[in-house]
Ligand binder design. Structure first.
Ligand SMILES: *Cc1c(COP(=O)(O)O)cnc(C)c1O
Length: 231
């Protein structure tokens, strides 16, 4: 089987799962965007995904993402950055990312704003929420989310998109996504245009859609299991 046929088959399965979850939640399929997470996979796979109709791709490491975005610059794709972000990588990330999902501290807001203005771009930013209230693995504490949303909304060059989270290990994902839905509602109450809820990966996309996810971030189910890699 060619790689394109394989990815096409996997995409069909993911699409069916998304459609089923939308039906079960009484939501329209057009309310959920599939973001293909292409980390560790080559630019050729991004090209195949684009040929198969995927319009949104995401990466979690700047160096790899920058190379792939350059190699795919001829494609009309929206690039999402979903990984932990250090301020010294912000200039590079702002060079290709349309949406940054992992904004979890005020210093990052300042840095992204500065580079967005410099580049003359508008970058959508999501507040990443630590649903276990432990900011260790990335994400802001629940109590800090509204303040960060204010910072983004008030920053030049940035658009507040909404919120993002990864389900914590060891908890039923639906419960955790319920907390995300609550804080998403809070943010939307102040900023009605901040409608994005980025939640759900290969293992929990249905639960995320049941709890209002507008963007699911799918890697493994589309491209296969990643080889573990050493930095
Ligand atoms: C890798 C990654 C994903 C995709 O995870 P899969 O389980 O492979 O679908 C989603 N979100 C983030 C932040 C990631 O780093």
């Amino acid at each position: 089987m060619t790689r394109k046929a394989e990815i096409g088959e996997r995409l069909g399965e993911v699409e069916a799962q998304i459609a089923q979850a939308c039906r079960a939640a009484g939501r329209g399929r057009d309310q959920v965007t599939l973001v293909a997470i292409t980390k560790t996979y080559p630019a050729d796979d991004v090209r195949i995904l684009a040929e198969l109709g995927v319009r949104d791709v995401g990466e979690n490491r700047d160096q790899e993402a920058a190379e792939k975005a350059r190699a795919c610059a001829d494609l009309a794709l929206t690039w999402h950055f979903v990984g932990q972000l250090q301020t010294n990588k912000v200039r590079s990330v702002v060079g290709y990312a349309d949406v940054i999902h992992s904004v979890d501290r005020a210093r990052l807001v300042t840095a992204i704003s500065k580079e967005a203005v410099r580049a003359g771009r508008e970058v959508s930013c999501l507040v990443q929420v630590a649903l276990d209230d432990d900011p260790e693995r990335g994400g802001a504490r629940l109590a800090d989310v509204p303040g960060l949303a204010d910072e983004i909304a008030g920053a030049d060059g940035l658009r507040l998109g909404g919120v993002m989270a990864v389900a914590p290990l060891g908890e039923e994902p639906g419960r955790a996504f319920g907390r995300l839905a609550e804080v998403a509602g809070l943010v939307r109450g102040r900023y009605p245009e901040a409608t994005m809820v980025s939640a759900g990966m290969s293992g929990d996309l249905s639960e995320a859609i049941a709890h209002g996810a507008t963007h699911v971030r799918i890697g493994t189910a589309l491209l296969g299991r990643r080889k573990p890699f050493v930095r």
